[in-house]
Write a protein that binds this ligand. Structure first.
Ligand SMILES: [Mg+2]
Length: 394
């Protein structure tokens, strides 16, 4: 199955998210000259018939109180980066097609995330929790249907077209909805009395090719539910992180270190799942007054060990000398290298290499238990702070 994830009114939603004065109001992101066109309209503005590519003066005619917001590309890019990174945490096969849109091949992911709908729901919730933006997701056995499906229940919907309903869906799908069928092609469709994609069946592929060129052949294939285009993975994950907003603000070192340990284990597990080693480790702390800091450090050698990540995270945390109460903690890793790439060993510290090897086998064992019995089990058991941590505290 393939997912198509599309952010809802992306630019406008980012602006509304960042400015409470714009929330629940008709806004458009556009330049403010008489010749500008609408880049994105909020859903409130769409109710007035305003849409992308409409001249701004026309939008103002339709809705005089519309608020025009100049775009801020760096903000959209930052949000997009976070979103794509979240998506790539669910499947390594991600094809980003624009700033706010991606296809995801979820082959082999069911073991980890359950059936496609459940996975889509989790992606949607994670994006909302971390970026405060909504998206719509289409799920289908082929790419073009996934794209059509994501548009069917906007905003914030999930639409599934399963294999056995695919033919029925194609029979009733208006031909104008098929990507690539524009105004010019629609004129011909009318002459041929083609109203739905299913109506294409009755025509000979040779004739379709003559009338529509390459697109005719493609339409014939699509009308039979065949779409050869694959998800072309073009997104490479550059960081892995995990963070948690605490149910209660904390100030106690012991509790913070327990949370850092759980987060480090999760990050380490993701890292090992992707067969990667990291070189940079970072922490993020948000305080009860909503101020936020991040600290990061380059480690001595490449690693994918949860223990290494935890030790660094804890040492970064200790250096911060936290005085305020904490509402959120996060651990992240970056600077990746494939695990198979040969890495030069540091000959001067063989004993450390040995402990590293030992920790790696612990990680391996923990990972396989988690895989079998779920992640809660092992995290709880190992969340008792180690003697070493207690000593460090003193
Ligand atoms: Mg969009």
């Amino acid at each position: 199955m393939i997912l198509h994830i599309d952010m809802d009114a992306f630019f406008a939603s980012v602006e509304q998210r960042d400015n409470p004065d714009l929330q629940n109001k008709p806004i458009i992101v556009a330049g403010n000259s008489s010749r500008s066109v609408v880049s994105t309209a909020s859903y409130e503005a769409r109710k007035f018939g305003i849409h992308s590519a409409m001249p701004v003066f026309q939008a103002k005619q339709r809705c005089p109180q519309v608020i025009i917001v100049p775009g801020s590309r760096h903000k959209y890019l930052a949000a997009s980066k976070k979103i794509m990174n979240i998506i790539s945490g669910f499947s390594p096969l991600v094809e980003q097609v624009s700033i706010d849109e991606a296809y995801v091949d979820i082959k082999g992911c069911e073991k980890l995330f359950g059936p496609p709908e459940k996975m889509a729901k989790e992606i949607k919730e994670t994006i909302f929790k971390e970026v405060f933006l909504t998206c719509s997701i289409g799920i289908a056995p082929v790419k073009f249907l996934a794209k059509i499906a994501s548009d069917m229940d906007k905003p914030s919907g999930i639409t599934l077209i399963c294999r056995d309903k695919m033919n029925h869906f194609i029979e009733s799908l208006p031909i104008a909805k098929v990507p690539g069928v524009g105004k010019q092609a629609m004129k011909l469709m009318e002459i041929l009395q083609v109203q739905t994609l299913g109506d294409i069946h009755q025509y000979d592929p040779g004739l379709l090719n003559k009338k529509f060129g390459k697109m005719g052949t493609r339409l014939y294939e699509l009308s039979h539910g065949r779409d050869q285009s694959k998800v072309e993975c073009n997104y490479i994950r550059k960081s892995i992180s995990s963070e948690t907003t605490l149910t209660q603000d904390i100030s106690n070192f012991e509790t913070a270190s327990q949370i850092l340990l759980a987060l480090s284990q999760r990050v380490g597990r993701d890292l090992r799942k992707e067969r990667k080693l990291c070189r940079n480790i970072s922490i993020k702390i948000k305080f009860s007054d909503f101020t936020q800091i991040t600290r990061s450090r380059k480690i001595e050698s490449w690693s994918c060990s949860s223990t290494v990540i935890f030790n660094e995270a804890l040492s970064l945390y200790t250096k911060v000398a936290v005085k305020k109460k904490i509402r959120l903690l996060g651990v992240g890793v970056s600077g990746f290298q494939d695990k198979n790439t040969p890495i030069q060993m540091d000959l001067l510290c063989p004993p450390r290499e040995k402990t590293k090897k030992q920790w790696e086998s612990v990680d391996k064992a923990v990972d396989s238990i988690m895989e079998k019995f779920g992640s809660d089990m092992v995290i709880k058991a190992s969340l008792t702070p180690s003697k070493e941590t207690r000593k460090k505290k003193r």
